[in-house]
Design a protein around this ligand. Sequence first.
Ligand code: MN3
Length: 246
Amino acid sequence: MKPLNTRRDFILNSGKAGLGIYLGSSLLSACSTPSKITTTKYTTGFTQQPLPYAYNALSEAIDAQTMEIHYTKHAASYTTNLNDAAKAEGVDTTKPLEEVLRRVSKYSAKMRNNGGGHYNHELFWKIMSPTGADAPSGILAAAITQSFGSFEAFKTQFSDAGKNRFGSGWAWLVADGDRKLRIGSTPNQDNPLMDVSEIKGFPLMGLDVWEHAYYLRYQNKRPDYIANWWKVVNWPFIQERYSAVI
Ligand code: MN3
């Protein structure tokens, strides 16, 4: 009993600062598993990065006009509105956006919608490429087979997550706190980094299933957009992201 009493006395006698130190160390050990999935290798700033290819580069799947409007209008607006929200809510924009997303419930709906919108599109442009491989390889391929049975089964499950997301949103492949691969979807511009998200983890790839991403070419046929989208997935980059968190 002596050590317990000593600890209790220490907390009672040392006020808020001591309590903070004690709780702080407890929380650190309690949260050690989720924190391992964070990586400083891939962080997102508050400015829109250049599109890494021409508007027509992904035309096997996405037409040039859709790419241009999507990048210069939709995504650019999320970035502008995110910066407005950051200014209004006192967010330090020199720090990674991920820090805001992980506690997004503490901020406004404008921050949630546009912080997610900016992050998701910055990722989306990079996980597509005109020169990507047809399929993953190496440790990511092995993990996909282990988690979902086969690459084809994975594609079906991921495609279904996109097809079945009612209204606007995203389909995701994430590495969760145990580094397991999981598939899910989020509404609107939410993403798996957010404390409000049903699926949580480090986003390896995300598919935009908002109508603005496909309507000019595919109209109501979201499944056709998704089927073609596999042709432009940037597997080497997704593999790099996976390597950063395992
Ligand atoms: Mn979009």
